[in-house]
Design a protein around this ligand. Structure first.
Ligand code: SF4
Length: 321
């Protein structure tokens, strides 16, 4: 399958300033040199604890944050090099679904205007055809079209996320970045939204980047999973392989913290202790060493290389050398 997106050595640093004169004193290295690809019709899960850089990665791909360095090749063009006007055209093809359906929908706009906003901005269709499209999209995501003149507060959390999905679909995108799309929802509603996203992927041939901190949610929807820690990808492989044969101690720690209803499934064997260190001043060598129960002296000296240890299974840990 062809790649729809290739991210090469992507970095996003935020300058940190202090004092009256706002002197720049350091950089917060939220994303620090990550590479991955996404194929047509594929879902790549991006997981890690909060503060690992996964949401910043999504926003930097879409240029909500301009990248500090690296390449974001989408359909053959490097998005990092496009000007604002060129980027506006690309935003039709890459859409985003946000975590909090309560905060991401303008409370003063009707559902019709929320879903049609992108079409209006991009000059797609006339008023009548946009209303027809809103009707069609609401039906597609399981909402009653006659509710299009209602406001977001008149809907439940799950319904609001369906409005967010309809808005993302309005311009026929190729790739959707789903930033923790179910984290704010009840567990029973989470499953409905995930099933909806999977059905839509089959129907429209979409590719997804699915960002989440919860490995069990990511397992359901992802073809492959990338695990992030402190701005780096530490492991990347097929979803089944990651859950059955995790290579990196951090992945094993994340798996150990997932409540597992199936007793036959292997669990991670590493207990994650302590907090994620500051990305302003990450640990030397392996960034995970301050929390890794298997760390040894060399882990402090050299950063492990991210490489392929089994076919299609990449990781960065000195233990695997
Ligand atoms: Fe742990 Fe060392 Fe591997 Fe890092 S390189 S994950 S500290 S064993």
């Amino acid at each position: 399958m062809d790649n729809i997106l290739e991210v090469r050595n992507l970095k996003k640093y935020f300058p940190q300033s202090s004092g009256f004169l706002k002197q720049q004193i350091a950089y917060l290295k939220a994303v620090d040199g990550i590479s991955f690809n996404i194929r047509e019709n594929e879902t790549l899960g991006l997981v890690g604890e909060s503060g690992c850089g996964k949401s910043t990665t999504g926003r930097t791909i879409l240029r909500i944050y301009p990248p500090t360095d690296g390449e974001v090749i989408f359909q053959g063009r490097d998005l990092a090099k496009l000007n604002e006007k060129e980027m506006r055209g690309v935003r039709k093809d890459i859409q985003m679904i946000f975590q909090d359906p309560f905060a991401s929908l303008n409370p003063r706009m009707t559902v019709k205007n929320i879903i049609a906003e992108g079409m209006r901005i991009h000059g797609v269709g006339d008023r009548k055809s946009r209303i027809d499209r809103v009707e069609e999209l609401m039906t597609t995501v399981g909402l009653r079209p006659e509710y299009m003149f209602r406001y977001p507060h008149e809907f439940s959390g799950g319904q609001r996320q369906r409005i967010g999905v309809a808005r993302a679909l309005a311009l026929d995108p190729r790739l959707i970045i789903c930033d923790e799309p179910v984290s704010a929802l009840d567990v029973s509603i989470q499953a409905q939204v995930i099933n909806l996203l999977m059905d839509l992927q089959d129907e429209f041939g979409l590719s997804y980047i699915f960002i989440a901190h919860d490995l069990s949610v990511v397992e359901q929807i992802s073809d492959r999973v990338a695990v992030m820690y402190l701005g780096k990808i530490v492991e990347l492989t097929d979803s089944d392989e990651l859950y059955n044969n995790p290579l990196h101690p951090y992945t094993r720690g994340l798996l150990a913290s997932v409540p597992e209803p199936d007793p036959k499934k292997p669990l991670g064997d590493v207990l994650l202790k302590g907090d994620i260190p500051s990305p302003v001043n990450p640990p030397s060598g392996c960034r995970f060493r301050t929390r890794c129960p298997e760390a040894f002296a060399y882990c402090m000296e050299a950063e492990p290389t991210f490489k392929e240890y089994e076919p299609g299974h990449f990781a960065a840990c000195h233990l695997l050398e």
